[in-house]
Design a protein around this ligand. Structure first.
Ligand code: THU
Length: 136
């Protein structure tokens, strides 16, 4: 992936953290999802007093995109933490990995970002080996 595009996704995911609704954990997560056609969908985590309805930033972005007709995805950038700036890499939770598995190829890229200078890129095949999928 081109460096300029990676940096743009990082910037968007960092901005999205400001929209996180996190009265329970204080852990602000932002996501930027890149579709095959170049469109970028955003997401933040949205918590709930009943806890289980909480939606992660990654799923917010994926569900927004799918609900608007997108089905092909290249990459997602995730940034997270309790402080103003993220202090560590945040790996997507197991539920989000399974949702990625539903719509993305094994080479789908997950960019875990602390800043524009500090990030790691992994592929879905590494985060969810032997992932479950039904052939349509
Ligand atoms: N969270 C995400 O948004 N993405 C992840 O992949 C991991 C966890 C959120 C859920 C909850 O609002 C907070 O982080 C603490 O678990």
């Amino acid at each position: 992936m081109d460096k300029e595009l990676i940096e743009k996704l990082i910037e968007i995911s960092l901005e999205q953290r400001s929209f996180a609704y996190v009265p329970y954990s204080g852990f602000k997560v932002g996501a930027a999802l890149l579709c095959d056609d170049g469109t970028v969908y955003t997401g933040c985590n949205i918590e709930n007093a009943a806890f289980t309805p909480t939606n992660c930033a990654e799923r917010t972005a994926i569900f927004k995109a799918v609900s608007e007709g997108q089905r092909s995805f290249k990459a997602i950038c995730v940034s997270a933490g309790r402080n103003e700036e993220p202090d560590d890499f945040a790996a997507p939770c197991g539920v989000c990995r399974q949702v990625m598995m539903e719509f993305c190829n094994p080479d789908f890229k997950i960019i875990m970002a602390v800043s524009k200078e500090k990030y790691k890129i992994v592929e879905l095949r590494e985060l969810l080996p032997l992932g479950f999928r039904l052939e349509a």
